[in-house]
Structures are given as C-alpha cells and as structure tokens.
Design a protein around this ligand. Structure first.
Ligand code: ASP
Length: 439
C-alpha cells in the first residue's frame, strides 16, 4: 500500500501544526511520499508566506529595500524550526534567495521558495529524503506542464526512495528556470506524484473535514459529503465550491487513484472520498448544492424564431465577438435566454446588444440583472423519481420564484436561476428538503 499525502498551508503554518502532521504521517506506514505547501495563515489576519514572498520580490524588482521583509519570512521558518527543536538552519538558503532576488530571478522563483524551504524543514523533521521539485516536475518553455516528462522523472527519482518529501507548487524548465502552477497548485503536485508512483490513495490534508453538502456561510454546520465522483465535483467546483485545485483531479482520475480530503485538525474524521465511479448509494438523493450570484439574463424574442435556421448561432456569435462566455441558454419557441456573468457583461452590454441586433434582428431584447444560479448536484437523482418535484415544492413553500430551470440529460444536476436576494433562502430550502428532513 502506497499513499501520497499533501498538506496545505494552514496544516503547516506553525510548529504545532507540523507536529500534528508528523503524527499523522507516522501513524500510517503507507504514507510514504509527502507534498507540503508553504506555511499558510496561523490566524485569520495572518499573511501566507507565499503572499509575503510575492510582495518581497515586487520590492526587489522595483529596486526598493526588501531585506526587512525577507527577514520576516525567515523568522516564520525559524519559529517552526525552533518549535520543532530541530538542529537545522536555513541561513545559507536565505542568502541564496537574497542574491537571486537582487539578480531579479523572477516572481515564480520567488513564490516557489515558500514550498522549497518548508519541504526542507519537513524532510529534516521526518528524516525523509528531500527531492527538489525543480528536478522532477518539468515545464515547457511556455510554462505549461510537460506531463509526460514529469511522470517519467518522478517515477525514476522516487523509485530510489522508500520515503521522500517533494515540495508542492513548482517545478522547472529543462534549463532550470523555476515555474509555478497557479495559486493552490500544490494540489496538482500531489496528484502528479500519486500517479507517478502508482499510489493506492492520494490524501489531501487541509483544514476542513471534506467537501460540505452546502456552503457553511449559508448553512450552519452542513453535512460532509462522504463520497463524491469526479464529475459531481466538477459541477460543484464550477459553481464555487472549492477545496481542491481544479487541475488536481486530471492526473489521478485517469489512473483510477481516489483522492481523500482530510482534516489535519480532526484526523479521526473520514473526510471526503473523490472517486471516478462508485456503487455506493449516496446518503441523500443530492450530493451537494452550490451557487453563485451575479448573473444577467438576456431575453431575446422573435416571432417564428423556431423556424429560422441559424438564429441561435447568430445570437451566440454576438457574445463570442465581444469575448463573453455564456453559462446557460434555456429556450422556448420564439424566445431564448442567455445567462452571462454580470460583471463581464456590464462593461460591454451596449456593444453586445448592438451586435445581436445586427446579426440576428430580434423583435426585442430585454435584460434582467442581479440573478443567481444554484446547482443541485447528485448522481442519486438519476434513479430517483420526484427529485424535481421535491425541489420545486421546497422553493414554492419558501416563497421563492424560480426564473430559470435547466436539467442536463445526464440527470446529474438541476440548475435553477433565482433573484440574488432569494439566493440564501433558496439554498436553505433545498438543504432542508433533501438533508434535514432525511436526518
Ligand atoms: N503556496 C501556494 C499558494 O499559496 C501553493 C499552495 O499552497 O498550494 O497558492
């Protein structure tokens, strides 16, 4: 049994957190490859080391004094080293970093040092081999991941070690230039390592006990999702539910390696298991609810629209020409509605309306703003009668007017549009119907 364990920034923000992580790793012999993030926030107003590094490098790049801030960063690491009573110093590394900053080594190099240094501490603390991600995660010259080479390098290097620490978030081009993933990218490193070593499981340790059925800012103490499929996760993540970097699922998904989201502060919790497929019956008919505010509905009407071939394409062309992507497009016989992000659309609304008029000559265009979209997602809906009925009766009882309904043919989700002001009440009504009433 081989497991890759990735720890997020809040799990490694202090010596206390490091100790919890050490206990977790030592509790299971199969936790052999460790991917750490940079130290995150110790308390809510704290600053993540990655943000400090970006800022520090900005100062260096613009020729301002940066040593004070770099020393504060060093202090963050020294606090961890001393708290763990390690006989270890990062002085030389910080001297190299200072020189590289002065020589303008680039903001990606700067940001990557957060994980690099934390990885060194972690390796020392655990007594594991430190494998610099610059040697095993390979990027092309255009800064995209060289997936095939990365897989080969990781497998080759890691084969030599029973245990290793591989810092997250960065890698390098063939010439050694350091490149980072987008923010939160240590999740991707963990996934790449898991695939390369053919892991049985990729554990992703964070500060929540898994994916929640609904947003805790809307529902107090929502239930945790025990098992979710990659497809369901994509649907929920797209609508704003975020725990994992969205690119982290692709390497492991194809390799059939499940991801287990776990909580460093509550290791006894099972967390959420993310799998390609499952025959496990979901606890509730729905797996999760997620939503976003801030959409505009562009309602377009034209008599005999249904018989005019190419009308829809011409309307969509108007959006494409203005660089606006659309979210949903419910249609009737002589009407169609395009849902777009309000902030994107607001800037260009007059141009878009003019383009629709020019290209499609509709009878009328009407705009409705301040709308929300809510996705009710669940593989369990496919085999269950009456889900839509229950959903809409819950909304009707909560006096919520539904503006739009969209159910994909996969029967994996039902998307509804409501007014922004009804957003929280709608989610509460749905949660009550599908979760609370089933408890
Ligand atoms: N430290 C990086 C960030 O803050 C990457 C990560 O934590 O995954 O985005």
């Amino acid at each position: 049994m081989k497991k890759v364990v990735k720890f997020g920034g809040s799990s490694l923000a202090s010596a206390e957190q490091f100790k919890k992580v050490g206990d977790i790793i030592r509790a299971d012999e199969s936790r052999r490859y460790v991917v750490p993030s940079a130290p995150g926030k110790r308390y809510s107003e704290d600053t993540k080391v990655t943000d400090m590094l970006y800022h520090c490098y900005e100062l260096a790049e613009s020729g301002q004094a940066f040593t004070k801030l770099l020393n504060q960063i060093k202090e963050r690491y020294n606090e961890i080293i001393h708290g763990l009573k390690l006989d270890f110093s990062l002085d030389e590394d910080f001297e190299t970093i200072r020189k590289q900053f002065t020589g303008k080594a680039g903001s990606m190099y700067a940001a990557s040092r957060g994980e690099y240094l934390n990885g060194k501490i972690m390796a020392k603390y655990l007594g594991y081999e430190f494998v610099d991600a610059a040697n095993v995660i390979r990027f092309h010259k255009d800064c995209t991941l060289d997936d095939a080479t990365t897989n080969k390098l990781l497998a080759q290097y890691l084969d030599a070690y029973e245990h290793a620490v591989i810092p997250g978030f960065y890698g390098a081009m063939e010439n050694g230039t350091v490149v980072t993933f987008s923010r939160g990218g240590s999740d991707i490193t963990g996934s790449l390592v898991a695939r390369a070593i053919n892991a049985n499981l990729y554990e992703n340790w964070t500060d929540v006990s898994g994916f929640l059925v609904a947003d805790p800012r809307v529902i107090k103490n929502p239930e945790v999702i025990h098992t979710i499929t990659y497809t369901e996760l994509r649907e929920l993540a797209y609508m704003g539910a975020s725990v994992l970097h969205e690119d982290a699922i692709f390497p492991v998904r194809k390799a059939g390696i499940p991801i287990n989201i776990r909580n460093t502060n509550a290791p006894e919790d099972d967390g959420t298991m993310i799998v390609e497929n499952t025959c496990r019956i979901p606890t509730y008919t729905i797996t999760g609810i997620a939503g976003k505010k801030g959409f505009v509905a562009v309602n377009i009407e034209k008599d005999m629209m249904n018989s005019e071939i190419g009308f829809g394409r011409r309307v969509l062309q108007a959006f494409e020409d203005n660089g606006i992507s659309f979210e949903h497009m419910p249609s009737g016989i002589d009407t169609m509605t395009i849902f777009v992000h309000q902030d994107e659309f607001a800037e260009k609304e007059q141009q878009v309306i003019a383009s629709i008029n020019n290209l499609a000559h509709p009878d009328s265009i009407d705009l409705e703003s301040d709308l929300s979209l809510i996705a009710v997602v669940g593989r369990g809906m496919k085999s269950t009668r009456g889900t839509a009925g229950r959903l809409f009766s819950a909304l009707a009882h909560a006096h919520i007017n539904v503006k739009m309904i969209d159910q994909g043919s996969s029967e994996l989700n039902i998307i509804i549009g409501v007014k922004n002001e009804d957003f929280e009440d709608a989610i509460t009504a749905i949660y009550d119907m599908f979760v609370i009433s089933q408890l």
